[in-house]
Design a protein around this ligand. Structure first.
Ligand code: DQQ
Length: 514
């Protein structure tokens, strides 16, 4: 038994013993059968973070404490559906392996968060780890502190902000984020105005308890004309009149604002003067259709790390039947990229999971190419591919492909659109799976190879392209042989300069169920 396995065994044995002592026999049996089901579920990722069971959505308050990454998340302990929002909690020494911790925050009956502990952030005030979050009905901002990072005590005078400035008439008032400038604490809160668009409200404080409204940090109209279909029409989030989970931070010599609205995550890069943000460029932080509520942190190595919630793209009935919903995206390092746009790459710590490397070079890819010289397959893979476009109209990788191609997913670049896409139309035979093509603009400069960095993990696919774009999606292949990887080209020939494939080790023996 390796040291890691031994540690995992001891910690799961200890939690089993505690579980056995404190839980009635009938629910122990239910839990054990759920645990077995989850551990054997082929759709459940093996190296992405996710809770032991049930529903997860937004990442909340990521920060480093005692050299450990603390990750909180919106969590419903009552099942694999949205509702009764709590803050789940986990920590990691390496951004890859996780230890589940007790629920950090739960609604307090009769309190300002009685109907849900919604999203927020973490900050350290005079050495004390502090969480700031939204209580709902009505939306108000609250604080909680901890002396051991595990037990969180809510501030006795919550809420610290009892509502938006009444004259503003906002569409929403949630998802606070706090930082310090000189002696002044600042807080952003997501909001918006009907008929105008989204907004980020800025508050200031000297003690992080008494807050004054200053002004809007930034406002803006809808980002896209076609929002995600998953938000009901008329909802201010769907129309872009409510910006959720604003995240504002310096990046290189500029400032960046991340916003979740209309079903997508957008970034704005610009300048910050007199406590006002002036955006100059903007883009999609992810070209897929299922990454949302992204939230960043600065780690001790000085890296700006982005977390995001990967939503399900299957029916609620399928999630409920599965017993779990929602996955945390792999941590991504943000940089100020060339031409002032966002640079985005997976953290290098993920390399620790690589095993069984295969490498192939210089392969001509034509419309009749259907396989690689070596057999490559898997549903937990890291793939690094570099293509020269040649004269192909479209080219890329076919993944999770069944032997008879009845299931397959395409990652492709299209010359006509100068775009990067994921085509999941044949990804699954299940009637419960959404299968919309997702993607967006991705220009290749003349002579520039397309670098695709793909992570496959059961129902998750994350594609990083050229260190400056990312596309995250969910796919639900049903067939046991839907594992194949091969290149393809249409309307001409491309060249696969190199292909590196690693199998990825699981981060726990039971798909993080322990
Ligand atoms: N999710 C939270 C809200 C936030 C939304 C509730 C974004 O605080 O606005 O679970 O996904």
């Amino acid at each position: 038994m390796t040291a890691t396995n031994r540690r995992q065994f001891i910690s799961s044995a200890a939690s089993l013993a505690l579980f056995a002592k404190t839980t009635p026999l009938a629910s122990q049996r239910n839990m054990e059968s759920l645990r077995e089901k989850l551990a054997a579920d082929p759709q459940r990722p093996r190296y992405h973070f996710l809770p032991t069971a049930n529903w997860m959505n937004d990442p909340n308050g990521p920060f480093e404490w005692n050299s450990e990454y603390q990750l909180f998340y919106q969590y419903n302990p009552n099942g694999a559906f949205w509702g009764t929002m709590h803050w789940g909690h986990a920590r990691s020494k390496d951004l890859v392996h996780w230890e589940h911790l007790p629920i950090a925050l739960a609604p307090t009956p009769g309190g300002p968060d009685k109907d849900g502990v919604f999203s927020g952030s973490a900050f350290v005030n005079q050495g004390v780890p502090t969480l700031v979050y939204t209580g709902v009905n009505p939306e108000v901002q609250c604080l909680a502190t901890s002396s051991d990072i595990i037990q969180w005590r809510k501030f006795s005078a919550n809420p610290v902000i009892a509502g938006p400035p009444p004259e503003l008439n906002v569409t929403g008032f949630r998802d606070p984020s706090v930082w310090k400038e000189g002696d002044t604490w600042l807080m952003t809160i997501g909001a918006g105005f009907r008929g105008k668009g989204g907004a980020v409200l800025l508050y200031g404080s000297q003690d992080a308890i008494h807050w004054d409204y200053l002004h809007t940090l930034c406002e803006g109209p809808a980002f896209v004309s076609q929002p995600s279909k998953d938000w009901p029409a008329g909802d201010p989030v769907a129309s872009g009149e409510m910006w959720e989970c604003p995240d504002f931070f310096p990046l290189g010599a500029r400032h960046t604002l991340m916003i979740s609205t209309q079903g997508f995550v957008f970034y704005l890069i610009g300048s910050y003067r007199d406590r006002k943000f002036h955006p100059e460029v903007r883009g999609r932080a992810d070209l897929g259709g299922h990454l949302y509520a992204a939230k960043s942190m600065l780690d001790n190595k000085g890296r700006r790390i982005l977390w995001g919630w990967i939503r399900e793209a299957r029916s609620e009935a399928a999630s409920r039947a599965g017993g779990w919903a929602g996955v945390m995206a792999l941590p991504r390092v943000l940089t100020l990229g060339s031409e002032g746009l966002l640079g985005i790459e997976p953290v290098e710590e993920l390399k620790a999971l690589r095993q069984n490397h295969q490498r192939m070079i210089n392969i001509s890819v034509t419309p009749s190419t259907s396989a690689l010289p070596e057999h490559v397959q898997g549903d937990a893979l890291e793939i690094l591919a570099e293509f020269l476009p040649g004269d192909a109209e479209q080219f890329g990788l076919r993944v999770r492909s069944a032997l008879d191609r009845s299931e397959q997913t395409l990652v492709l670049w299209s010359r006509k659109e100068q775009g990067l896409y994921l085509d999941p139309r044949q990804s699954s035979l299940s009637p419960h799976a959404q299968r919309d093509v997702q993607g967006g603009q991705f220009d290749l400069k003349p002579g520039e190879p397309l670098q695709l960095h793909v992570f496959l993990d059961a129902s998750v696919i994350e594609v990083f392209a050229g260190r400056r774009a990312c596309l995250t999606e969910r796919i639900y292949p049903t067939r046991a042989d839907s594992l194949g990887v091969s290149p393809f080209a249409r309307g001409g020939n491309a060249r696969l300069l190199s292909l590196d494939v690693w199998e990825m080790r699981a981060i726990s023996p039971d798909r993080l169920t322990t």
